[in-house]
Design a protein. Structure first.
Length: 340
């Protein structure tokens, strides 16, 4: 028992030390002796890099390249535009809601050191400001933070922050799961720069089809991967179907499957395969798999549904992902939808 208690005390001490190191990371950091409260950044168009680090060392490094509207993520992926836009909006509108009472400041600093995020904001490639982000206030209307300036000076006390026009906690905007930051776009053909769409229904092959497109209303409809084409079909219905590919996103790269679950899925035939080829000959393909519901679901007739009515699994670029059926059901059409 004594041995176990000693080990516990050691682990607690290591955790505290790690938190303090996190809180104080960065050479030259010093207290200003005054309270810093200028959290907001008026011109966020100059922000070109944001890093978010948690106490476990997980890091998100976002960089904006000139002329590109989607940021780079950790030098490997593209980042979600909605998430980077939300950060910039936060930086512009963040402000001080109130002071932390003197009696509670030590606890707040300790909490930030043990479970907070460090957010470094760069403008024109120079460190502009840093937020040390803590938890939400008890009423969830504020967020505990400490501000640092780019020269390393730190506020002498934490503050309670909020954002104009928003009621709630800001902490959730600073997350460090790389999978949740990744850009989720799969098919993005804003100007219908598509030459071909192949939809293969693996359970009912006769419902599969191929669309060939040469611009305008020059559309051919074929049985799947066949040179034969239908002489008559609803051109407007096919064109409306193609418009659905202007903006198609998966839900998340985090499939929530265990490694064994991902391996099991690899040995199951997909329900559908959708492949789109653009005018340059480049193709994107996703395999779609039915997903078991996590809770009992019923269809419009009150019958228990065999498959999840909200989500499916997908296999895209050698990764297992999660997609919403609200987005993908309209893409999983039958060829009968287009025939008279």
């Amino acid at each position: 028992m004594k041995k176990n208690l000693s080990l516990l005390f050691i682990l607690v001490a290591v955790t505290i030390v790690a938190g303090v190191v996190f809180f104080l990371q960065g050479d030259g950091t010093k207290s200003t002796g005054v309270v810093l409260n200028d959290y907001s950044i008026e011109d966020t168009s100059k922000v070109d890099r944001i890093t978010i680090v948690d106490v476990d060392g997980r890091t998100i490094d976002l960089k904006r390249k000139q002329g590109e509207y989607i940021w780079d993520l950790n030098g490997k992926y593209k980042a979600r535009k909605d998430a980077t836009d939300l950060l910039l909006k936060t930086f512009k509108r963040i402000g001080v809601k109130g002071h932390v009472p003197k009696t509670g400041q030590e606890n707040v600093v300790r909490m930030i050191a043990g479970s907070g995020y460090r957010v470094d904001i760069y403008a024109n490639q120079e460190l502009l400001k840093s937020y040390l982000v803590g938890t939400c206030t008890q009423d969830h209307y504020g967020t505990y933070m400490v501000l640092e300036h780019g020269d390393g000076t730190r506020s002498s006390e934490p503050m309670i922050t909020h954002m104009d026009g928003f009621t709630g906690c800001l902490r959730q905007r600073f997350f460090t799961d790389e999978a949740d930051w990744r850009f989720t776009g799969i098919f993005n053909y804003e100007n219908l720069e598509i030459s071909r769409i192949d939809v293969e229904n693996h359970e009912n092959p006769l419902e599969s089809f191929t669309i060939k497109y040469k611009g305008g209303n020059n559309i051919d409809l074929h049985p799947f991967d066949s040179p034969e084409k239908f002489p008559r079909f609803d051109t407007l219905a096919v064109k409306n179907y193609m418009l659905a590919f202007k903006k198609v996103h998966l839900e998340t790269y985090n499939s929530h499957l265990s490694p064994s679950g991902i391996d099991s899925l690899a040995h199951v035939d997909p329900a559908f395969t959708i492949q789109v080829t653009d005018n340059s000959g480049s193709s994107k393909k996703i395999d779609l798999y039915w997903k078991l519901p996590t809770t009992e679901q019923h269809d419009y007739e009150g019958k228990i549904m065999k498959w999840d009515g909200d989500r499916m699994y997908g296999h895209f670029k050698d990764e297992t992902v999660l997609v919403q059926r609200y987005t993908f059901d309209p893409l999983m059409q039958s060829i009968r939808s287009f025939l008279y």
